[in-house]
Structure formats: C-alpha cells, structure tokens
Design a protein around this ligand. Sequence first.
Ligand code: P6P
Length: 337
Amino acid sequence: MKLKSSQTLGEFIIDKQADFKYSSGELSRLLGAIRLASKVVNQQVNKAGLVDIIGAIGNQNIQGEEQQKLDVFANDMFIGALKNREVVCGIASEENEDFISIKSKDDAHNSKYVVLIDPLDGSSNIDVNVNVGTIFSIYRRISEDGPVTLEDFLQPGNKQVAAGYIVYGSSTMLVYTTGNGVNGFTLDPALGVFYLSHPNIKIPEDGKIYSVNEGNYLKFPQGIKNYIKYCQEEKENRPYTSRYIGSLVSDFHRNLLKGGIYIYPSYSQAPKGKLRLLYECNPMAFLAEQAGGSASDGFTRILDLNPVELHERTPFVCGSKKMVEKVEKFMKDAQEQ
Ligand code: P6P
C-alpha cells in the first residue's frame, strides 16, 4: 500500500498556524479537538443504520437510544473534546438552551475562544441514511476575563476567527476556514486520518443548481416565488436543476463544489425562516465568502447581522455570488411593487 502523499489535517493546521492572528497555538489545538470529536461521531453515525437492519448488535437498545439521541451523543462528544483541550472558555450548542461556561483546570477562565456548534444538523435524516453534518463557528471572547458572558456569543459573523463543517456522507469530509481561504479534508477511515483532498476551494461564480423546499412555495415571499419561476423558465441556460436533500451541510457542500444556491426563506409559519443565525448561517456564510461566494437574508449580508438571541433564526440565501445577487434583485423588485 502506497502511503498517501497529501498533507494530513494535523500537518496542515500546524503549517497554517502562522496565519492565525495572535494565536499561540490555542486555535490549532481547538481545531484538533474538533478533528478528534468528528472521528468519534463519524463512527457512530455510520453504525446507526445497522440497528434497523440487523438489530442484534449487543448494544441494540443502547445503540437504539443513541440513534434517537445521536445528536445528543454528538453534542456530548464535541463539548467533551473541547473541554478536555482547555482551549475554550465557553460553548453554545443547538442542543443546549443556555451557553456553557468552561473553567480551565487551574480554575481560571483564561482561554480566549468561544465555540458555537450544531452538533448534528439534519439528524432526522439518520434513519433513512441521508447525509448529516456538524457545523462549528469560533470567535475570540470579547469579555476581559472571568466566566464568559452572553455577549461573547452574540457577535456578528464578520468577527468569526474560524468556521467549518463535517459532512458524514459517502465519505466523511471536514471543510474549514480561518479567514485565509477554504480547505477540505477527507477521512481515510482505515487509518482514522483526514487528508487534504480539496485545497483552496472556490465556489463557481454562477451555477445551475437551486436548493429550496418547494413544498412551501405558496407560503414564500413574492420575491422568492418569482426567483423559483425564473429558475424553471425555458430560457437562456435555464431551467436549472433542483436539488434539496433536507440536510443543509450536504446541500451547501454540493453547491460549494459545483456552483449553486441554497435558500431557506421566511414564510408565514416561520417569519424569520428556520435556520439559526449563530451556528448554521454565520459559519456557512463565512465559508461561502471565503470561497468567493456570498450569503444574505435576501437583503442584508449575513455576516453583518447583529445577533440579539443565542438561538435566533434568519432567512438564508447562500452560494454562488451571481445567484445570490439575482435572488436579492428579485426580493428588492418585489418589495418595490
Ligand atoms: P425543511 C435540518 O433540519 C435543517 O436544519 C437543514 O439541515 C435543512 O436544510 C432544513 O432544516 C430542512 O428543513 O423545512 O425543508 O424540512
């Protein structure tokens, strides 16, 4: 067997350490904690399906509980790994109502980073074997010292120091940015090592894939309805292709590599949309922009939104720059009519 030539994630993080402003290696150790937790979660996500097919695996009940609670398992794994590395002073998670303040072993709160995570986005897809993902967003704390405060988490997305996701799919990939471009790493499950497989990812400026839950079409704002009709027209390079699998990380990942747009608009039952600003939209928006794409709520750049609540939602339009601009034009024109 030939040893792989490409760089491992660990080597890459160390190589790029110089890119992190004022980092004394803590951000590298933080990313290392995420790398570790993602491997443990990947193992469980891949086993989850076996319960349904075989059901005779010793720990069927436990595994069954984990399967229903796999997102809680993922939450515990990421929080545990981050706590053990003593590099974060606070964590906020989709699974926890309140944020967690973390003391280092010397009882101090001297770590300087806070992390926000969606530990297993799309987990309702697990039992039908559709890809799921983990999303993370990292900030430097703004409070001086002592326990973290809510304000440490309520920072606009343009203050993120790093963000990324893990997609547990046909292969497991970790994609992240520290503000110096986007790089993708594929897990070799036999060795348990992430290898650099997608260096310096750039999203195509335009695309022909649109991802939206068209079942909600009648409830969408007029601008979104008009854009969907535009995608379906037999004109120029249209109709586009509709691809929506109900898992943000997977829909985003495909569009990142091929070009496309993901839309989760507001509608009557969800006046602010469904997706969470802090640990879904901000990290994905940071990645999209770092790859040359863009992200808005249909009017305003996602990364410039000022959060007021930990779990607040926002309408979300994200992907190829020209496609996002086209949606924003439809939204603006509809508003003016
Ligand atoms: P809907 C999963 O629950 C999620 O948060 C995203 O991963 C996904 O894109 C979206 O919700 C699906 O929502 O309302 O279309 O089923």
